[in-house]
Design a protein around this ligand. Structure first.
Ligand code: IVH
Length: 650
């Protein structure tokens, strides 16, 4: 009996630390050992088994079908808004009712809604939304979810609502081992909670956030924000990314902020829920037959859209790489019309068996370059498989297949390659020459004004001619020439990146500029010296050496020097901070500041950020839901800072 109580205490404490405080105190193995011992003891002495024992979470009951259960308070849907104008209208409507609104915004978790009922502090029922009035009793499955408390910190009667979801990590693992893959985390969560065998549900490692208290006044609670705190204090997991906001401008700022952070979260969200904070105000507004009027959901624009692939065309990049692109029936994705999408290479097209005239689904990968993700083969009418071209579409020279799947035009003087080189040089992250965008560069190239990079700096000679030909007004031609002139004083890393040395991205260019200080030092460097720089591997070293071994490139650099381009690294006053300067950091888990921001702060203060925890790591910055990096850092006895510690150190 004593040991049973002791084990329950140990397990509950471990659950609390793991799920509630995000600070696991015992290993998974230790946790399992306690659990196994408790199961054994409860089997031996069933008279001592408690009805809220943590072992009740272990599944095992197989049902024929779920029982139906009626919701005392209907589980309504919520209305949606899709843009800023809609959000402001929502606010105006509330103000029209003589309410001075204050809001709470929360993440809209992409899972399925559930209702949990507790009697005397014990979980007695878990139900799905169903049609809003009648749902399915999924109590046994709900009990397998570790983040749902079986017993509350107070012996009260209460109903709460929330979202059962599957984390991105669990979803990826689950799909890896499945032939019949789940489409998304929402389907996976819904499919799991509706398993009649609760063992299967348990194996799916679902999670749950609680976000709604249907009867707040019963507990003397007058605002939604208080309701969240109250539910948290009872032992529920409430998503911490919620915020009290004074007005609709702050709501919009919150939305913009999380639209950016969305990808970094360890679970999927499909929007932001905007809720009126004061319960009085909520009640004043009431419901329509379908949804409450006091809240709404801003839905992120759809990311995946189906359309027809009209044609496949080819572009030649500055390295000569030939990339197939889909020409699409234009569609609106994330607020912009998309009519092209990358098809990457021959292998990508053949693996997916993409054909002209197919109906395809398109996403905006990384929010920028749209990509074809799926072909609707059941709607196919074309019997001809895709065939890769064998000659350069621009200069007609024979293509060479390198690596596994990429085709290259190896003609150095192929026009497409030259134009792409110019575009890259002028690009925002490179020399940042405003006014020399893709199409104008193509025109200048075709008309012979700019054939090579150094020609850009002779453009002023043709000022009058250009004004006549392209109809430039005095102001705009001056602006263009000024922008070219300004680019001459860029710091070295922009030039290095702009020159387009293969695989020398922005980061490598920065590292090189910082180390060598001017271009001559870099030109005179050698393999040994370069290989001492961490982060630069042998392939990049080889590319750097062969770039500066090429006489044409040296001629170009000399020409640029003659045009007074700066070739020195201009340091941006690196700050010093004893906690950070010279130290190596790894960032893991989800944090409220973006990783890029944290990285920038560390680098500004003279620290370094790497991807994996090794002996060289000094400090791990720990966010929520961290995994193996956290384990490794602990093992290697590394210093660990959570977000608050990080903030205090800077
Ligand atoms: S509030 C009356 N808050 O989104 C309260 N719903 O598309 C109604 N959802 O049915 C729910 N995250 O399943 C609320 N933070 C959140 C939510 C949320 C996800 C779901 C919920 C709802 C659906 C509507």
């Amino acid at each position: 009996m004593d040991r049973i109580n002791e084990l329950i205490k140990l397990i509950e404490e471990a659950n609390y630390n793991y799920y509630y405080l995000d600070k696991p105190t015992i290993s998974d193995q230790e946790y399992d050992r306690y659990m196994q011992e408790l199961i054994r003891l409860e089997q031996k002495y069933p008279q001592y088994k408690k009805e809220d024992s943590p072992t009740v979470r272990v599944g095992g009951i197989v049902l024929e079908e779920f029982e139906k259960t009626t919701h005392n308070i209907p589980m309504l849907s919520i209305s949606n808004v899709f843009n800023e104008e809609d959000i402001r209208n929502f606010d105006l409507k509330i103000k029209k009712e003589n309410i001075n609104p204050e809001y709470v915004c929360e993440l809209k978790i992409d899972g399925l809604a559930i209702s949990l009922t507790y009697k005397n502090g014990l979980l007695v029922r878990g139900a799905t939304r169903g049609d809003g009035l009648i749902g399915e009793d999924v109590t046994n499955n709900i009990k397998t979810i570790n983040s749902i408390p079986l017993k509350l910190n107070q012996n009260i009667d209460i109903e709460v609502r929330g979202e059962v979801y599957m984390s991105k990590k669990v979803f990826t693992e689950l799909n890896k081992n499945r032939k019949d893959k789940f489409m998304n985390t929402r389907n996976a969560a819904a499919g799991s909670i509706r398993q009649l065998d609760s063992k299967i549900c348990k194996s799916r490692k679902l999670d749950c956030f609680i976000y709604h208290l249907p009867n707040p006044l019963d507990y003397d609670i007058n605002t939604h924000h208080e309701a969240l705190e109250f539910m948290k204090s009872l032992g529920f997991i409430v998503n911490d990314n919620n915020k009290y906001l004074k007005n609709i401008d702050e709501v919009i700022e919150f939305i913009n902020n999380y639209t950016k952070k969305r990808k970094e979260l360890p679970y999927e969200i499909d929007g932001i829920v905007i809720k009126l904070n004061k319960i009085n105000d909520q009640q004043k507004l009431g419901n329509t037959s379908r949804y409450p009027k006091w809240l709404t959901a801003y839905k992120f624009p759809a990311e995946e859209i189906t359309t027809r692939l009209k044609d496949i065309v080819f572009t030649v990049g500055r390295t000569g790489k030939v990339v197939p692109n889909a020409v699409l029936e234009p569609v609106l994705i994330q607020g912009s019309i998309v009519s092209r999408a990358t098809l990457h290479n021959e292998k990508f097209i053949l693996d997916k068996d993409i054909r002209i005239n197919d109906i395809v689904s398109v996403v905006k990968a990384g929010d920028v370059i749209p990509a074809v993700v799926e072909v609707k083969k059941d709607r196919r009418r074309n019997n001809n498989k895709f065939k890769m071209i064998t000659y350069c579409p621009i200069c007609n020279s024979k293509l060479v297949k390198k690596e596994e799947a990429s085709h290259y035009c190896i003609n150095e003087s192929c026009d497409a390659r030259k134009i792409e080189t110019l575009i890259h040089f002028c690009e925002r992250n490179a020399m940042n020459i405003e006014g020399l965008g893709e199409s104008i560069l193509e025109e200048f190239y075709n008309m012979g004004y700019i054939k090579t990079i150094d020609d850009i700096y002779y453009l002023s000679k043709y000022k009058d001619e250009l004004s006549n030909l392209f109809g430039y007004g005095e102001k705009s031609i001056n602006k263009l020439l000024e922008s070219i002139e300004n680019s001459k004083s860029n710091s070295l890393e922009r030039l290095l990146y702009g020159l387009g040395i293969r695989q020398v991205g922005l980061k490598t260019a920065k590292t090189l500029a910082k180390k060598y200080k001017n271009i001559d030092n870099l030109i005179n460097s050698n393999e040994e010296e370069l290989s001492n720089i961490s982060d630069i591997g042998p392939i990049i070293i080889n590319n750097i050496l062969s770039y500066f071994n090429n006489k044409d490139n040296i001629r170009l650099i000399n020409n640029l020097k003659r045009n007074n381009l700066n070739m020195e690294y201009i340091s941006k006053n690196e700050k010093k901070n004893v906690n950070i300067t010279g130290k190596t950091f790894v960032i893991t888990g989800s944090l409220s500041i973006s990783r890029e921001q944290i990285k920038d702060i560390i680098e500004e203060n003279g620290g370094k950020v790497t991807d994996s925890v090794t002996n060289k790591t000094d400090i791990l910055i720990l966010g929520k839901d961290a995994g193996s990096k956290y384990e490794k850092a602990k093992k290697l006895n590394k210093e660990i800072w959570n977000e608050d510690v990080f903030k205090s150190k800077i």
